[in-house]
Ligand binder design. Sequence first.
Ligand code: CA
Length: 231
Amino acid sequence: MNLPRILIIEDDEAIGDAIVAIAKKNDLDPVHASDGRSGLTLCLEEHFDLVVLDIGLPIMDGWEVLERIRAHSTIPVLMLTALDGESDKVRALEAGADDYLTKPFGIRELGARLVALLRRSTRTPAQHPGADRFVDGSFEIDFSAHTVIQNGRVVAVTELEFQLLDVLVTNTGTTVLVEHLVDLLWDVPFPDAEEWLKFTVFRLRRKLGWTPGNSPLEAVRGEGYRYLRRH
Ligand code: CA
């Protein structure tokens, strides 16, 4: 059986080794490049299923590597961004990264994200019979264009956040259990999954400008989350 190949472009030796180890643990076949140029060359010359890309790299930085990868390929890219680098995250998504993780990150989280990203890239999109658009007042999801719109403005959400919204609005009014969400979003259970889900909801609400007292996305204590229509 061929294991999925993952290219890790990271100059920090300790972080690179940790990513290699977690990739192996998740049955991935890792290749490690420690500068931007050799990483880009590998990516363009060999077949990979996923790229983990650091921003600060010698010879060629992560932004240029991403730009050059995107000129040739739609391969899933997870970018490693700096702590509190909010503008880096937005820039990464806008530049075509599929997901990002903020340093310092938990290595188990990274493993789960890699597996989820691979799974998403090989899965066909969810079907929405009868409607390819969800509208609730000024909040809209365009499923076919894969975009989230709030007050007429496209909100940059990650693939993970999009999937979370997708399942909640598809089940509007119904509480979706935490276990089901974790299973859907990450596939593999990991110890911090519930916290990570909570954080994902928090980040999503913040992006959409939904305050806890005025959010259609509600936490149901001890059970899960639900979307309640406002219009
Ligand atoms: Ca670096």
